[in-house]
Ligand binder design. Sequence first.
Ligand code: IVH
Length: 694
Amino acid sequence: MSLRKTAVADLTEKQAASELKVLATEIALHDAAYHRDDAPTITDAAYDALRKRNDAIEARFPKLKRADSPSKAVGAAPATGFKKVQHTVPMLSLGNAFSDEDVADFMDRIRRFLDLDAEEQIEMIAEPKIDGLSFSARYENGQLVVAATRGDGSEGEDITANIRTIKAVPDFLMGDVPKLIEIRGEVYMTKADFAALNAAQEAKGGKIFANPRNAAAGSLRQLDPKITAERPLKAFTYAYGEVKGMEWKTQWDFLQSLKAWGFPINPRTKVCKTLDAMLKEYRKLGEDRAGLPYDIDGIVYKVNRVDLQKRLGFVSRAPRWATAYKYSAEQAETVVENIEVQVGRTGTLTPVARLKPVNVGGVVVSNATLHNEDEIARKDIRIGDSVIIQRAGDVIPQVVESLTAKRPKDSKPYKFPTKCPACGSHAIREEGEVARRCTGGLMCPAQSVERLKHFVSRNAFDIEGFGEKNIEAFFEDDLIESPADLFTLEKRGGRPKLKGREGWAEKSIDNLFAAIERRRTISLERFIYALGIRQVGQATARLLAHAYGSFDAWRKAMLAAKDKDSDAWTELNAIEQIGESMADDLVGFFAERHNRDILDSLAKEITIEDFVAPDTSGSAIAGKTVVFTGNLESMSRGEAKAGAQALGAKVAGSVSKKTDLVVAGPGAGSKLKEAEALGVKVVTEEEYLKLIGA
Ligand code: IVH
């Protein structure tokens, strides 16, 4: 960290090399967080500063430029799950300007490159820089054929099905169209739509997005285009990639073609004839920024004449003929009145700063995220501190720094709690993780609803007619608190209590209690899965059931495994596919008294069947490796997997030479192709059911 404070001019070669190495890793992590996970962990300004520092060091020590230098890469490699699309013309990034001088320098560079006199004016286009997610859509003879995200600039993700759900991107182009054109632009969400989406997500317990950009990105990069279709996405278009059969003299003319074909172009686009006009436009747009319906993070200047653009060309990852003049995040000074720790539905502890309310760029801010324990320690943020806050991406405010000079004398560093503020259980932080997590699980009120939903879900206790809504309602009205309560509900006077409720007729109450009764006996593997222990999914639950055979044996072994010198610990780790971190989660679950209490009260109510190894003799798929892909109609993925395993098959997630059989439903994509390429046997769901005699 201290190196960062050294001016680039004062760095020794050795220091420069080591800092470039650190920067490459750090920037790559931020790229992945931003582009791939849609969850940035630093502000745009902080990120830009890292890149600027990297570029400055490379400029001073060109031969130290690394093979993995961030200046060579754009964005992050595409996430898995989507088909990949090569961009025939790379999707580049833009250089940045942070001051009027930077813009003047940019114009001077252009003039010098084109060998023009200093007085000569170059006509520029100024477009708002939309803070969204860029895409490229390829049209052949006016018809949309494929659309992709930027990815790393040369290879993106195939989002054709998702793009088709966005009205702003037409399937067919109107009027006079080229033989081929790739249209590029930005998918975004308006501020109002973003707020409404988050409110709806919160109501149904879905993912909350940090800002409109992340919401747009998260909505566009859905493997299921039906979800994309439900999200209010819009787009602006502003550039082209590969083109055949049409040319334009200027960017302005191209924008008019976009409009004629039916694409939205930004109405705030301006022609600027002088540097002065460019800077005026920057300020004007900046003043209007807060009132625009969508987020912008700067203004993009582009040389208007296409012939000049061609002469100017590109330098590493950005065109010489365009740059982005960024707006700085809006900042304000205030006081941290308290630091509170919130517990998420999955047990993650998140610190929040309660602030003395302050106006930041037209919005009154009284809370700011502190991200996690390390962030507080790194910035040494304390209760009572005067701090600078800013709205990053214009939405969730962040604490930039503490003003230590104003710090009260008696202030003490903030101590992050090691107990869950919601239930008092230990909050632990596993190696390599940034978040501290409550171990309370089933008994933590912040988590219990989610845990209960999981407990009754299809692959766990599978209580018919007992959906997520009922769990929420029953929990709210104190009818159930922990899993065992489901089985005591009737004895505790559940019937009369349910009778008065809306939607609960005599018949449905009968059905509910009958469904609960039917599940008083459960297989060991379903039971283990139902507990919702971290990292313990269906497959692991099955492995454990297989290894220990009975609930009592499993319980004893997990308690004994607390001692890492014990045979029990060694045996647990020896189970195929169970690694140390999973073993830790299992032992950790049993180490908590309240979890044992929950198990004890459950055991009083239900019968947990011993694991019986399935008789797989005579099974057509015993010993075979099976892959399921596409949509299955008669069963869920989980069921299909468990069923195949019960018949002695191994179920794999991807196709390889070792695969014996691929069961492909409608919508199967790359796995099906892979199977065909490798000559692996492919069957439909119907054929598969016949094969296993179901
Ligand atoms: S032009 C070769 N124009 O900003 C030129 N980009 O920081 C490439 N962006 O990747 C981009 N609004 O995602 C251009 N009016 C605009 C833009 C814009 C937003 C985004 C785009 C680009 C990024 C570069």
